[in-house]
Design a protein around this ligand. Structure first.
Ligand SMILES: *[C@@H]1O[C@H](CO)[C@@H](O)[C@H](O)[C@H]1NC(C)=O
Ligand SMILES: *[C@@H]1O[C@H](CO)[C@@H](O)[C@H](O)[C@H]1NC(C)=O
Ligand SMILES: [Zn+2]
Length: 992
């Protein structure tokens, strides 16, 4: 310890010389060997005392009340006083004053902005601070992601983006050891699994259910080992997890930021109000109380909060004194030792304690901070932003893939920060816990959407270049952004056009296409010139209403496309007839619709769904469906004043209002599809669709503008009621990957006192939910993140849209009432739910690939006229489709010579009779356009070589020791994936 002190003061001397400009060579040269960052740089502690790790930190939201750039610059301080650039300026200056001081920084998206603006001298200083562990990066993703509304693909991407910057800028000393999710509103098991696979040694967070926290404090279970996967062999997905004592705030009375009002330490006895004795006494009380609920002789205190340390001197000056005066008591026998520390240094001490920890295997949803305050509304808040984020993910993956497959030609015309960078950054920002979560102010939500739209611009150029290169067709190509509301000027007006369908999945896909047109009959031909069944239908009335004057198509041309794995195919479409009207719709519901796989019946009186049958397996369930709204609490009832808002769902009655018992319908049956258009009222409609060769039923819902003229906030759900015997159980996915069992009015780890029978049973659904008994499983695949529950046996409900009149007092300061197109009225949201009925043991075989096809949906692009002669109409980037169990999660250009890929086993252990087995893939034989000359495996975050990855190991109180499995690949090129395993490789390639 003494020698470490000496080294530090030598460094301090060098630093002050640097500041004077005396030394002009890089600071790094002082280190003969490795820099002492990481666990080696941790301060010494006192084994016989209570060690209090003071962690100076700032929590910088990547957009919330202000946009990410407003926060960076400190603009619009009238909304909230916050300026990240000043925080970093100020902290770096204060760190240099004393080598004992520490700081952690979390959001690489902000740090990156700041770093770009620093000169060489400042960069050297910062590098030195990082090398010595005085400035430590924690978490290190572009942002601190939301955990309830994010999809694992985008979470892994945003972490990769941040971690890559840190590695390239600071090397090994920039690699975060600890995940730090202090603010997200509930914690997903898949997030913990991802962190474990990225090599993190631990996770700390601030928010958990108040009942859970009370119990954990009593039983000293605030710190635990989270086993975050049912499928991965321990300890692959084991993550040490700690609950912070006070959210992420300092203890009461010890906040010394300029944003706080606590008394500074007044330590000059000659001046008024000397308060050292009082402060020391109060602090010792807090420390002792805290140590009562934690297991070891180390405790952690988060000394900071939202956007603090803009004037870091205030904090450090008082912390210096606090440490000095509290430790001075040691000479009088005090056994409390304060130190500047970091979460990783605290974690190392917990590890050194060599004790056992309780095991946790479920997750931390839902989160309630009081009896009537369940943070389950944001699972659905801002449904259109949630869908746009998901669609943007699909576009980013497509853009990344085509950049690789098209080679250098793809980047033609893109200079500097071109190509996929801005899309990648926009997606990373959108993962923030006030972005896709829907808990930001309206102007900030617009900013997130604008970034995604702007990112798609350069990606489109890249995609067009790549498609031109791969197809040999350079005719101008257009993308229709508004196909979901039947708008596409090219298809509406052109008598002859070509459609390219790019499929980002590693498997062939069949996908329905609906194009706005004005003719009444079209010839559709596939890449081989064979005719394709198609039908022309009048544009759906709800689409006409939403699109307003954006488009004028009277009809939609509908057909199914089939696209090859990781590639494209081309369809030629030509107008045959302008004359008579298309297939007219019938103004009544058929008694049933069916194809060779499914049959759906409708109630003859109400026209609502009444049953669903799987014709292959000869199963039938009763299935009724309707739309309802919960009346949002306005905060004026007896039990609590909590209203529903952007975060919180609080219906003021457990019985939702039905929107309509009697509905109006139109229907149509033809060779391509059968559909029933249901009108529930002026603001809720649905189309029930069954395509010819489809194993799932499509329900396209349109909800909005939700009327609030009656003074009632509304939380709109659709509910499926069945005769499936669920016994209180239902199932929801975690970030789109593993599925967790949920039980009504129950938590696996504590004795729940249920205080909100609806909101307290809501869980996030990212891609699928299901209910089942031993014979039947009804699975719903969603197209975005939504909240849902099973409030009665046999029932499954999904919240689709929310429009509220009050703020829910969690800081956002606005009621969640999204404006419509013209800034007036309310927002209309549209989406689809896909329903499948199967025996439970066959369900995953259907819903795993189905959900992936919704996440990575085909990209359509259009060209005028017939395909250019000599152009290539079909292409696959793979030599052959991937095995059914394997999902191509990432294919992305890393640098000039290398490509990052991630291969994923997309089934859980035991979930599928056919596919829950290890599967082997040959890396060299995968891609048709890449010659692969080398492959190196990396950690999931791609910031560490797999063979250099070491993690701290932890013992559980149940005693069982995980067996470490060494990978058993048959050969260096043949890699084996076990259920739910993701493997990441950097491939060195020769591109053609
Ligand atoms: C940790 O504790 C175990 C007993 O629980 C003991 O055998 C082992 O030696 C200890 N390790 C260290 C490093 O103290
Ligand atoms: C980290 O960055 C350095 C410097 O750019 C690079 O040489 C190294 O390969 C990177 N490590 C990984 C695992 O990517
Ligand atoms: Zn936050």
């Amino acid at each position: 310890m003494a020698s470490r002190r000496a080294a530090s003061s030598a460094v301090a001397a060098v630093l002050s010389l640097l500041q004077l400009g005396v030394l002009c060579f890089p600071a790094r040269q002082f280190h003969a060997s490795e820099p002492p960052c990481g666990y080696k740089s941790c301060p010494g502690t006192q084994p016989s005392m209570l060690n209090v790790h003071l962690v100076p930190h700032t929590h910088d939201d990547v957009g919330w009340l202000k946009t990410v750039d407003q926060y960076y610059y400190g603009d619009r301080n009238d909304i909230q006083h916050a300026g990240v650039q000043y925080i970093l300026d100020s902290v770096v200056e204060q760190l240099q004053k004393d080598p004992a001081r520490r700081f952690i920084y979390v959001e690489t998206g902000f740090f990156y902005r700041w770093w770009r603006q620093q000169d060489q001298a400042m960069r050297h200083i910062v590098t030195q601070l990082v090398d010595e562990g005085r400035l430590e990066f924690i978490n290190g993703g572009w942002c601190m992601s939301d955990e309830a509304a994010t999809h694992y693909t985008a979470v892994i991407d945003q972490m990769t983006l941040g971690l890559r910057f840190l590695n390239e800028t600071f090397g090994e000393c920039g690699r975060p050891r600890v995940a730090w999710h202090i603010d997200p509103f509930g914690h997903a098991r898949e997030h913990a699994s991802i962190f474990a696979q990225m090599g993190y040694d631990g996770l700390f967070f601030g928010r958990l259910d108040y009942q859970d926290k009370a119990r954990r404090m009593k039983t000293k279970e605030m710190e635990m080992l989270w086993r975050a996967s049912d499928s991965l062999t321990p300890p692959m997905a084991d993550l040490f997890t700690g609950v912070l004592p006070n959210g992420y705030n300092p203890p009461d009375g010890f906040c010394w930021d300029q944003l706080c009002n606590d008394a500074p330490i007044r330590d000059d006895p000659q001046l008024e109000d000397f308060n050292v004795d009082d402060i020391v006494k109060r602090f010792l009380n807090v420390a002792h109380a805290q140590s009562e609920v934690y297991k070891t002789t180390h405790i952690i205190m988060t000394m900071g909060s939202d956007f603090q340390y803009e004037n870091a001197n205030l904090w450090y000056k008082n912390l210096d004194k606090l440490i000095h005066y509290v430790n001075a008591k040691q000479s009088n026998g005090s056994k409390v030792n304060l130190l500047y520390s970091t979460p990783s240094c605290y974690l190392q001490e917990l590890h050194n304690a060599n004790t056992t920890w309780p095991l946790k295997t479920d997750d931390f949803f839902p989160y309630a901070d009081d009896a009537h305050d369940f943070w389950t509304g944001y699972f659905t808040s801002r449904p259109a932003l949630k869908r746009y984020e998901r669609l943007s993910n699909s576009r980013l993956q497509t853009c990344n893939q085509l950049e690789v497959l098209g080679g250098r030609r793809s980047r033609k015309g893109l200079f500097g920060e071109g190509g996929s960078d801005s899309m990648r950054e926009a997606m990373a920002v959108a993962q923030h816990h006030d972005a896709v979560s829907g808990t930001e102010k309206q102007h900030v939500a617009f900013d997130y959407a604008k970034r995604l739209a702007a990112g798609w611009g350069p990606c489109q150029v890249l995609v067009s270049n790549s498609l031109a290169a791969l197809s040999g067709s350079d005719a101008p190509r257009v993308y229709c952004e508004n196909l979901n509301i039947s708008v596409c000027p090219l298809t509406e007006s052109s008598p002859k056009f070509t459609m390219n369908v790019y499929n980002p999945l590693g498997h062939a896909v069949m996908w329905p296409v609906r194009l706005p047109v004005n003719g009444t009959a079209y010839g559709v031909f596939d890449a081989k010139g064979s005719p394709v069944d198609s039908v022309v239908l009048p544009v759906y009335q709800a689409s006409r209403e939403v699109r307003g004057h954006k488009g004028y198509a009277i009809n939609e041309l509908v057909f199914q496309v089939q696209a090859p794995p990781l590639g494209f195919t081309t369809y030629s479409i030509s107008l045959l007839q302008n004359g008579p009207p298309p297939t007219p719709l019938e103004n009544k519901a058929p008694l049933s619709i069916q194809n060779k796989f499914l049959k759906v019946t409708f109630d003859p009186d109400t026209y609502l769904l009444s049953s669903l049958s799987n014709l292959e397996t000869k199963q039938t369930i009763k299935l009724s469906q309707n739309f309802y709204w919960y009346n949002a609490s306005a905060g004026n009832n007896a039990e609590s004043r909590q209203p529903s808002g952007a975060y919180i769902f609080r219906p003021n009655s457990s019985t939702p209002f039905i929107i309509s018992k009697m509905i109006k319908v139109d229907s149509v049956k033809n060779a391509v599809l059968q559909e029933v258009r249901q009108w529930f009222g002026p603001w809720v409609t649905q189309v029930v669709r069954l395509y010819k060769d489809s194993r799932q039923l499509e329900l396209e819902w349109t909800v909005g503008p939700v009327p609030v003229g009656d003074g009632l906030g509304k939380e709109v759900i659709t509910r499926f009621d069945t005769n499936i015997r669920t016994s209180g159980l239902f199932y929801t996915d975690s970030n789109g990957r593993e599925v967790l069992e949920r039980r009504r009015d129950y938590r696996p780890t504590w004795d729940l006192k249920q205080t909100e029978p609806i909101a307290g049973n809501y869980y996030p659904i990212n891609s699928r939910a299901y209910i089942k008994d031993k014979d039947n499983q009804l699975t719903v695949v969603t197209d975005r993140s939504q909240g849902g529950s099973s409030i009665a046996d046999g029932s499954l409900e999904i919240m689709l849209h929310r429009r509220l009149l009050y703020d829910d007092v969690r800081g956002v300061g606005e009621p969640l009432s999204e404006p419509g197109e013209d800034g007036q009225g309310g927002l209309v949201a549209r989406g689809t739910l896909l329903l499948a009925l199967t025996p439970p043991e066959k369900a995953a075989d259907l819903h795993r690939p189905l959900a992936q096809s919704v996440v990575l949906q085909p990209l359509l692009s259009f060209q005028q006229g017939a395909p250019q002669s000599s152009s290539q109409l079909e292409f696959s980037g793979l030599h052959a489709a991937l095995p059914p169990a394997v999902h191509l999660l990432t294919l992305s250009q890393w640098d000039r010579e290398s490509v990052l890929i991630r291969l994923e086993h997309q089934y859980q252990a035991k979930e599928s009779k056919s596919f829950s087995e290890p599967v082997t893939v040959n890396l060299q034989k995968l891609f048709s356009t890449l010659e692969i000359v080398g492959a190196t495996e990396m950690s999931l975050g791609a910031n560490q070589w797999k063979d250099q990855m070491t993690r701290l190991d932890w013992k559980t109180s149940s005693g069982e020791q995980p067996q470490r499995q060494s990978p058993s690949d048959p050969s260096p090129w043949d890699v084996t994936l076990n259920p739910m395993e993701i493997r990441t490789f950097l491939l060195r390639v020769m591109q053609h």
